[in-house]
Design a protein around this ligand. Structure first.
Ligand code: AMP
Ligand code: ZN
Length: 114
């Protein structure tokens, strides 16, 4: 099976601008940023979409939210706010089939999202 792009970043086969890493997750800068701060928070476990998240993965998901908060604080986003986005499959705009949360901030976000 061909390894996905984010698994390659996690294993170090391709380089990412890694901002945070622990045993469960890695966070790195998006290569095509849509805001002054655009960080991807990704589980090390290869989970293709949110539809594949099982009850046993909930510790990973809740941990991801704590890392989102930590990075938002570190990047100075907590006073003005930020957006967290998860895209699922084609209609949701998912391009990389390895679960990831976008942390976007540093500008005013539009609503509804495009
Ligand atoms: P999504 O459309 O939700 O699947 O988002 C995938 C995101 O991954 C996009 O914002 C891309 O810019 C980003 N991306 C793709 N390849 C890389 C890479 N090698 N390093 C960092 N970000 C990437
Ligand atoms: Zn993967």
């Amino acid at each position: 099976m061909v390894e996905c792009t984010f698994c390659k970043i996690i294993s170090g086969k391709i380089q990412g601008d890694i901002l945070y890493e622990d045993d469960k997750v890695v966070a790195f800068s998006d290569i095509n940023p849509q805001a002054p701060v655009h960080v991807l928070i990704v589980p090390k476990k290869h989970i293709p979409t949110i539809l594949d998240v099982k009850e046993r993965d909930m510790d990973i998901v809740s941990h991801i939210y704590s890392i989102v908060n930590r990075i938002a604080e570190d990047k100075g986003l907590s006073s003005k706010g930020f957006r967290v986005v998860l895209n699922c499959k084609d209609d949701g705009g998912q391009a990389v089939y390895h679960l990831h949360f976008h942390l976007l901030g540093g500008r005013r976000m539009n609503w509804p999202a495009g």
